[in-house]
Design a protein around this ligand. Structure first.
Ligand code: IMP
Length: 426
């Protein structure tokens, strides 16, 4: 086989885009399999910074075929904006395949996400307002609209009218908002559909055939394990499954024979939006320092991210539920030159010491972190191999490996592609 899976080991924003970009030249296919434009994968080329929300991060590599698999929810206008951006870079017809079975994030999903967050008031989740929750909810309720519905305009218009009857009742009666007009929504989407038509393909069959021919396929996760709908910090989660196993459910391709499952983790931890965060740094100056040095602002919403120390109980959990073969540790540079670096090794809860989080992650808010303190490392900028890292940085990484029982196979220390390197021979 040649089946590789890369997923976020935290609450998203681990630097997955950069790692995918590093691995891309070795791959034949790179596949987005879940989530939607809530993701923001950043790839840097010198002074140019690219933010992919829907397109796989491999799109800048001409030898790679990018795939948007059925489990992704697609906002057609966002997709067209990203295709236009690529065109601006001289890529007029990227090697892109989109499953006709993807569900569409409709204008009423965007509106509903925004209005419902407002209605939640103090209990808001802090969503990206990209319509993700309402779209996946409609998919589960069998009220979704898939891309191939647009291939039959009359059927699409009828279905839209039926769905809008319910949505408009909600908008006008519950939220006090204006109703949407079915015809103008339909006209607009049918126009957009014309531009994506050339990319439609039976992606599952193509990927199965490619794997049978020993092509290399990388499945690129969005968000992170702790935002998984079922296994994350519910209700402060996204509405898709972000675990490695989601590849099977979202694409129809079994991961039983995956060659590698790579978990990506920052050297520290961040979270954007609400929800428990035991290792959040309360000391404002340090918190702000890490945020600024690490550029910790949401790639999709621009919101400042909450910043904390690496949480090993949560990393052990992520490694267990996604069965990581190895870890990629990113942003090692951000912790350099600090007075000290802390790592949460366990929690204290009701006089017990827990090395693994409680089964109900909602209880995370009651956990008191137990820290181990490390010396920070001197700044470095030319490391090309593990041995080039400052001694204290290597000590830190070795500790993470020992505590999680997962080898670190990749290290990265700046947005530049040349500042990512492999550790082992995988
Ligand atoms: P939603 O996915 O927009 O519904 O947002 C639900 C939660 O997931 C919120 O806390 C978001 O901030 C968070 N979230 C969604 N996508 C990402 C991401 O790509 N990175 C980090 N957090 C995310």
């Amino acid at each position: 086989m040649g089946l590789y899976i890369l997923v976020g080991a935290q609450w998203g924003d681990e630097g997955k885009g950069k790692v995918v970009d590093y691995l891309a030249p070795e791959m034949d296919y790179i596949v987005r399999f879940q989530g939607g434009a809530n993701a923001g994968h950043t790839v840097t080329r010198g002074k140019q910074v690219f933010r992919f929300h829907l397109l796989p991060s491999g799109c800048l590599h001409p030898s790679v075929t990018s795939v948007i698999a059925p489990g992704v929810v697609v906002d057609l206008h966002q997709l067209l904006r990203e295709l236009d951006n690529l065109q601006g870079l001289g890529v007029s017809r990227p090697r892109l395949l989109i499953s006709p079975r993807v569900h569409l994030v409709m204008p009423y999903h965007l509106l509903q996400d925004e209005l419902e967050e407002k209605r939640r008031g103090k209990s808001s989740i802090g969503t990206t307002k990209r319509g993700i929750g309402p779209c996946y909810a409609d998919r589960a309720a069998r009220n979704g609209i898939r891309l191939d519905d647009l291939a039959q305009p009359d059927h699409f218009r009828n279905r839209l009218r039926y769905i809008l009857e319910e949505k408009n009742t909600l908008f006008t009666h519950l939220y006090g908002a204006e109703p949407l007009d079915a015809d103008s929504v339909a006209d607009d989407l049918l126009r957009a559909f014309e531009r994506v038509k050339p990319y439609l393909a039976e992606t599952t069959t193509i990927l199965r055939d490619a794997l049978a021919k020993r092509k290399k396929v990388l499945f690129e996760g969005a968000q992170g394990v702790l935002l998984d709908l079922e296994n994350g910090t519910y209700p402060y989660v996204t509405s898709s499954h972000t675990l490695a196993a989601s590849v099977t459910l979202s694409t129809g391709i079994s991961i039983q024979r995956a060659d590698r499952i790579l978990g990506v983790s920052k050297a520290y931890l961040t979270r954007v939006g609400a929800g428990p965060f035991p290792t959040e740094i309360q000391e404002q100056v340090l918190n702000a320092h890490i945020r600024e040095v690490g550029g910790e602002y949401g790639a999709t919403t621009g919101r400042p991210r909450r910043v904390g120390w690496l949480d090993l109980p949560l990393l052990r959990y992520a490694a267990t539920v996604s069965d990581f073969h190895s870890l990629a540790i990113t942003k090692m540079d951000v912790l350099q030159d600090l007075p000290e670096v802390r790592v949460c090794v366990a929690y204290r809860h009701q006089r017990k010491t827990l090395e693994f989080p409680p089964e109900d992650l909602a209880l995370l808010s009651e956990m008191k972190p137990i820290y181990e303190t490390f010396k920070s490392w001197i700044s470095f900028s030319r490391a090309k191999a593990y041995g080039d890292l400052p001694l204290n940085a290597r000590r830190y990484l070795r500790f993470i490996e020992k505590e999680t029982s997962v080898p670190i196979s990749l290290v990265s220390y700046s947005p530049e592609p040349e500042h990512t390197f492999r550790r082992h021979s995988d």
